[in-house]
Design a protein around this ligand. Structure first.
Ligand code: CO
Length: 223
């Protein structure tokens, strides 16, 4: 048996199941997609966008990279955002980190893995910004989780600063950018209290969350 045979078998079972429930599902979806959401998350295999949100194919547009980073020179991420916002007209961009993120842990501990160290420099920028705050925690895993949250906030602000979001807001398009963090241990998503829907809200978030380094220590448990 080929090592990939189980995957192909799973695929056939999955397609049959969906077809049995709705014979029009695949033909309809093949003609167009109209997702309301863009997910920008970590590549980590334990953080699958569709499953976590209970969404079917066609319902969420997805971009994933190591440590869910949004940088303004990343043509890949920007292209996904531009297509999602300008063409698909998504209404929500979800920037989703996760606790225990290996990329964030590597950035925090200055671990060396090669080329990816350059990519993780962006997380180290966040770490440098919050050095004093992170030093308040003794154990490494809490520091990692705090940096996971802070990284999401920074990347949410970064996403809102792109020309794609700025132009969408300027032309009056409805678009919100949200910061979420996912718990590997319980499968639950926490909203980090940052949802940006306008330049004014972005300015406010930058003034409080970023410039003055205000951090909310009490992340509410999901309802
Ligand atoms: Co990760």
């Amino acid at each position: 048996m080929h090592p990939l045979d189980p995957l192909l078998k799973n695929n056939r079972n999955w397609a049959q199941k969906i077809h049995a429930q709705n014979p029009d599902f695949f033909p309809t979806l093949s003609r167009q997609q109209a997702p309301d959401y863009l997910w920008i998350g970590c590549s980590d295999s334990r953080v699958p966008a569709n499953e976590i949100c209970g969404l079917l194919p066609g319902e969420i547009f997805v971009h994933r990279n190591v440590a869910n980073i949004v940088v303004h020179s990343d043509l890949n991420c920007l292209s996904v955002m531009q297509y999602a916002v300008d063409v698909l007209k998504v209404k929500h961009i979800l920037v989703v980190g996760h606790y225990g993120c290996g990329g964030v842990r590597a950035a925090l501990g200055n671990q060396k893995f090669g080329l990816i160290d350059n990519w993780l420099r962006h997380v180290q920028d966040v770490k440098a910004k919050y050095t004093d705050h992170l030093a308040c925690f003794n154990d490494e895993s809490t520091q990692v989780d705090r940096l996971c949250e802070l990284n999401v906030i920074a990347q949410t602000i970064s996403a809102a600063q792109t020309t794609i979001v700025q132009n969408a807001w300027e032309r009056g398009q409805e678009l919100a950018i949200h910061g979420w963090v996912y718990g590997l241990k319980d499968g639950l998503v926490r909203h980090l209290g940052i949802s940006l829907t306008s330049p004014a809200e972005l300015a406010e978030a930058m003034a409080t969350r970023w410039e003055k380094k205000t951090v909310e220590l009490q992340i509410p448990d999901p309802a």
